[in-house]
Structure formats: structure tokens, C-alpha cells
Design a binder for this molecule. Structure first.
Ligand code: AP5
Length: 191
């Protein structure tokens, strides 16, 4: 079976976005990043963007109803067109259930969930480097500390749900981008 409906999980800075782009290209499915969607709303000064901004700058999760709405619309189109790679969603158990309801209504299921495991010292280093290059608003030291806390508290526990459902593949995310990609590709090919 070729994976066509895929979720990628991992801590902030674990390399989700980097690997997601490669997976999406490899599988011919759209890369749907909720972080990127929200940043685009902020850049465009929309009402939704203004609502999301204060949460993102503090490193907190944007309220579920805001994110669920964005995802629902894009997911329907993606499922109709053949699949998706979700990056940054779901991020807590309520979002896990919401995703389940949306897909159930569309008559499909997730094919697989990939979790990138990277130790916390490494993710902090990666984000520090990115802060110097890109200056992303939520990459300051204080916000990163909170993003990691939020990840541990709210997002990390959802892997157990997908493990129980038999959907989860854990991938070592340490090493170079190419080394990680070899492991990711092997996991995708094995599905
Ligand atoms: P989001 O944009 O999803 O950010 P994140 O999860 O914190 O992840 P990052 O983008 O920081 O890292 P990444 O894992 O994608 O790694 P990347 O490939 O970029 O979310 C931002 C915010 O939006 C959240 O805090 C929240 O407020 C809100 N939000 C989003 N979704 C939400 C939801 N569902 N519900 C509620 N709120 C939501 O890599 C990081 C850096 O490392 C890059 O510079 C990259 O070049 C480099 N790198 C990558 N791989 C390697 C490698 N192997 N070796 C060395 N460097 C590497």
C-alpha cells in the first residue's frame, strides 16, 4: 500500500517541515502545515491571523476551534484530490478526535503517522540557528522554552493514541537532513 494520508509528529525543531516537504514530493501529496497556514494568515492581517498571533508569539497552542476550521476545509479538498501530509496537526487529543471525525465523514482513514525523535538539546540548537537566519517571531529563547513545555504536556501524549491504533512509526531524527530522509523514506516504502 502506498501511503497517501500521512501525519508527521515531533517536537518543535525536530525537522517535521524539512522532511514533510520531501515526503510530500516523493508521494505526490500536498504538504499541509498548520503553522505555515497560521503564519500566512498573520502576514495577510486577517481576523483569524490577528486572533492566532498572540498565542503563537507566546508559544502556546492556538485555540482548537480556530485551527480545526482551517484544517477541515483544506482536508476536504486534499482528500478529494488524493491525499495529504499533515504537519503540525493534530497537536492535542481533542484535535486527534476532530481529525478522526473529519476523515470518518469523508470515508477515509489515516494510512500512517511518522514521529521524528530528536533530543531536546538538539532541537534547541536547530531552532537557535534558524532564529539567526530567519528571525521567526516564536524562535526567541523564552518562547522556545514554552513551545517545548507545551509539546511535552499536550502533543507528546498523542503518540500513544496512534501507537495503540497500530499507525505509528517512530523514526530517529538525529543526524543530517539526508540521513534522516533515508530513514523516513524507508518507513514510507515499508508501509
Ligand atoms: P509550527 O509551525 O508547526 O512549529 P513547530 O511544531 O514548533 O515546529 P518548527 O517549525 O519549529 O519545527 P519543525 O519540526 O517543522 O522543524 P524544521 O524542519 O522547521 O507551529 C508554530 C505555532 O503555530 C505553534 O507553536 C502554535 O502556536 C501554532 N500552531 C500550529 N499548529 C497548531 C495546531 N494544530 N494547534 C494549535 N496551534 C497550532 O527544522 C527546524 C530547523 O532545523 C530548520 O532551520 C531546519 O533547516 C533545521 N533542520 C531540520 N532538520 C535538520 C537536521 N537533520 N539537522 C540539522 N538541522 C536540521
Amino acid at each position: 500500500m502506498t501511503m497517501k494520508r500521512v501525519v508527521i509528529l515531533g517536537a518543535p525543531g525536530a525537522g517535521k517541515g524539512t522532511q514533510a516537504k520531501k515526503i510530500a514530493e516523493y508521494l505526490g501529496i500536498p504538504h499541509m502545515s498548520t503553522g505555515a497556514m497560521l503564519r500566512s494568515q498573520i502576514d495577510n492581517g486577517t481576523e483569524l491571523g490577528n486572533k492566532a498571533k498572540e498565542y503563537m508569539v507566546a508559544g502556546n497552542l492556538v485555540p482548537d476551534e480556530v485551527v480545526n476550521d482551517i484544517v477541515a476545509t483544506s482536508l476536504k479538498e486534499a482528500v478529494r484530490d488524493g491525499g495529504f501530509l499533515l504537519d503540525g496537526y493534530p497537536r492535542n487529543l481533542d484535535q486527534v478526535h476532530n481529525l478522526g471525525y473529519i476523515l470518518h465523514d469523508l470515508g477515509v482513514e489515516i494510512d500512517g503517522v511518522l514521529e521524528l525523535k530528536v533530543n531536546f538539546d538538539e532541537v534547541v540548537e536547530r531552532i537557535k540557528k534558524r532564529a539567526q537566519i530567519e528571525g521567526r517571531a516564536d524562535d526567541s529563547d523564552e518562547t522556545v522554552r514554552n513551545r517545548l513545555e507545551v509539546y511535552k504536556r499536550e502533543t507528546a501524549p498523542i503518540t500513544a493514541f496512534y501507537q495503540t491504533a497500530g499507525k505509528l512509526t517512530v523514526i530517529d531524527g538525529m543526524g543530517t537532513v539526508d540521513e534522516v530522509w533515508e530513514r523516513v523514506k524507508a518507513a514510507v516504502d515499508a508501509a
